[in-house]
Design a protein around this ligand. Structure first.
Ligand SMILES: Cc1cc2nc3c(=O)[nH]c(=O)nc-3n(C[C@H](O)[C@H](O)[C@H](O)COP(=O)(O)OP(=O)(O)OC[C@H]3O[C@@H](n4cnc5c(N)ncnc54)[C@H](O)[C@@H]3O)c2cc1C
Length: 282
């Protein structure tokens, strides 16, 4: 049962779920592109995940990883609505955020699409993931629903935001004009995206530059002339890259914050970014 429903004035609605840990197994590992792997996680403990509801495209969990060399993760202390106090003398849980790319209640399993980047606990785990490996899943804390009748959408992401973007695209109403910019390393990272919307999709390549550096994304967004009407804007990816895009949308175009959702999913040089603070306010 969902514990709360919070309508936000002129903005999205958030449905909260009781927070709990689940220990699950890797069921399948599918290589999507050279830099992206789909890991299917499942097990009996997935019963009741998101109260069995479909959720929304932004839904994300904290994956709880075993420490290097360990078989099982140290799980965080949770209360129904938040994280609890961890034993300061014990080992700490290792947590990273990942989008729920798909949730199949009938099979008690989820897919997470994980970028294989340079180094990090999560990416190392993803590179070595095999059926039978155990991992913790915490959350999601809630689902954010944009229920407005938007006349257009502007969506953008790097590789980390691509799973949520793909899910959002698949759920858009038929025929609605939708401008999409996705920045990936190169052509081999482009994925098949499906949507009933009227999609104008541009793939941008950062090439040999590190992900999130020297972004062609901002230039592409600035070159776009948005249609009239109160559309919805959603971006996710490297936080430093997104900050000027958010400023442009909010300050130069004057779009209201209820219709501009720009979320920093990681930041160059930062381990385990707190994404609530990532892109900052306007
Ligand atoms: C709400 C939310 C949803 C997310 N969904 C996804 C998802 O579906 N798929 C996904 O792959 N990621 C997703 N992310 C991003 C993911 O949580 C981060 O990339 C995370 O830092 C990876 O952990 P790590 O242990 O591999 O690296 P960390 O230990 O956190 O960082 C180690 C180093 O790697 C760098 N780094 C981290 N991520 C990347 C990257 N992608 N490319 C290049 N360098 C990087 C850091 O800057 C740091 O220098 C999401 C993040 C949020 C907040």
């Amino acid at each position: 049962m969902a514990v709360d429903v919070r309508p936000v004035v002129s903005g999205p609605t958030t449905v909260l779920y009781p927070l709990r840990n689940r220990l699950v197994e890797v069921r399948r590992v599918t290589r999507l592109t050279p830099r992206m792997v789909r890991v299917t996680l499942g097990g009996e403990e997935m019963a009741g995940f998101q109260d069995g509801q479909a959720g929304s495209p932004d839904d994300h969990v904290k994956l709880c990883f075993p420490a290097p060399g360990a078989d099982l993760p140290v799980l965080p202390v949770v209360r129904p609505d938040d994280l609890g106090e961890q034993d300061p003398n014990g080992p700490l849980p290792i947590l990273r955020d990942y989008t729920v790319r798909a949730w199949r209640p009938e099979r008690l399993e989820i897919d997470v699409d994980m970028v294989l980047h340079g180094h990090g606990i999560a990416t190392t785990w993803a590179r070595e993931a095999r059926p039978g490996k155990v991992i913790g899943v915490l959350g999601p804390r809630g689902s954010v629903h944009y229920t407005g009748d938007y006349p257009w959408y502007l969506l953008g992401a790097d590789e980390t935001g691509l799973p949520a973007l793909a899910r959002r695209l698949a759920e858009l109403p038929a025929g609605v004009p939708t401008f999409v910019f996705v920045q990936v390393a190169g052509p081999a990272e482009e994925q098949e995206l499906t949507s009933a919307a009227d999609v104008s999709l541009t793939w941008l390549h950062h090439g040999p530059a590190p992900a999130g550096a020297g972004s062609p994304l901002e230039a592409a967004v600035r070159a776009l002339t948005l249609p009239p009407g109160e559309g919805l804007v959603w971006f996710a990816g490297e936080a430093t890259m997104l900050r000027p895009i958010r400023r442009y949308l909010r300050r130069e175009l004057g779009l209201p914050k209820e219709r501009v959702d720009v979320d920093g999913y990681w930041r160059r040089g930062v381990i385990e970014l707190d994404h609530q603070e990532a892109v900052g306010e306007d």
